[in-house]
Design a protein around this ligand. Structure first.
Ligand SMILES: [Zn+2]
Length: 303
């Protein structure tokens, strides 16, 4: 009896393995959420410098260039440098990097300088573990479950990055768009390739049209292009039939959260609320419960 067989034949053991694995993945998601926007901004800055080298005065340009080349010399990606305490620079040891557990043992403080470590880190680790267990529980032992776990992790990262920076990086949305189409092509999911391709196009175009219409009427930009790409991802993974439900759920959750933030937290109406987290949550709900929700809807509407 091999390990793979043990994991897949015992449901409780399967769920427990997914929990442990996703807890560790959650720790990596924290790194991506924190570092990817910084990596993107550095890249954009260096592109701008290239462009401005033709536009700026030499003295001004050299000053900008100095700052940038210093940054470019330090390697900064998802694995380098090792994680450090932002206050004192203490390098996080392997023992201090155990998901959730280390945070609890350290009681949310750096072991050297006692400055606070955000409770966000263990929350993201625990949420990714719990959401992954839900995926494994509802979808069961099949190849699509593995793909759905990757999609779930991507949706967590996209939601948090959008929440922090109002960005939905192409380096995540585009690969997951191709992956969604590939999964239909290889018949790993129940979605036909045709539904998947139409889903990707309709997902992008529907929000794009809303955006253009909103801009025409109000002169403001209500969403970003990242939102269109994220809905294209969900259309590719779940088929075009899932799009009305996703749009309805994200608008509903968005309206409830948005209005409560303004009413109860006194949030300024003019601060934009990112739409990505709502699209991602609605996509996750449709991934697991799309069919029962649709059936419920058809039952009460008598169709
Ligand atoms: Zn410290």
């Amino acid at each position: 009896m091999n390990l793979f067989y043990t994991i897949t034949s015992d449901p409780a053991f399967f769920l427990f393995s997914v929990f442990l694995l996703s807890l560790m993945v959650g720790s990596f998601l924290n790194v991506v959420i924190y570092r990817l926007p910084i990596m993107l901004k550095r890249e954009w800055k260096s592109d701008c410098i290239d462009f401005l080298s033709e536009q700026l005065e030499p003295a001004e340009f050299n000053k900008e260039l100095d700052g940038c080349s210093k940054q470019a010399q330090e390697t900064f990606n998802l694995s380098i440098p090792r994680s450090r305490c932002p206050s004192c620079g203490h390098q996080i040891t392997a023992l201090e990097n155990i998901p959730v557990f280390s945070w609890l043992v350290l009681r949310g403080k750096c072991s050297q300088c006692q400055s606070g470590i955000s409770i966000r880190y263990p929350i993201i680790e625990l949420s990714s573990a719990l959401l992954s267990v839900l995926v494994a529980y509802y979808l069961g032992v099949q190849w699509f479950t593995l793909a759905a776990l990757f999609l779930t992790w991507a949706l967590i990262v996209l939601s948090m990055i959008d929440f922090d920076t109002q960005l939905l990086p192409d380096s995540i949305t585009l690969p997951f768009l191709w992956l969604g189409l590939l999964i239909s092509l290889l018949a790993i999911s129940d979605i036909s390739l045709q539904d998947s391709v139409i889903g990707a196009m309709a997902g992008y175009l529907s929000l794009w049209s809303v955006y253009q219409l909103f801009k025409l009427i109000t002169g403001k930009e209500g969403m970003g292009y990242g939102d269109f790409k994220l809905l294209a991802v969900l259309g590719a993974w779940l088929g075009w039939q899932a799009l009305p439900l996703i749009l309805f759920l994200s608008a509903l959750v968005g309206a409830i959260v948005g209005i409560s933030l303004i009413l109860f937290m006194g949030r300024d109406k003019s601060i934009p609320i990112p739409f990505g987290p709502y699209l991602a949550s609605a996509g996750f709900i449709s991934l697991l419960w799309g069919e029962p929700i649709k059936q419920f809807y058809f039952n009460i509407s008598g169709l």
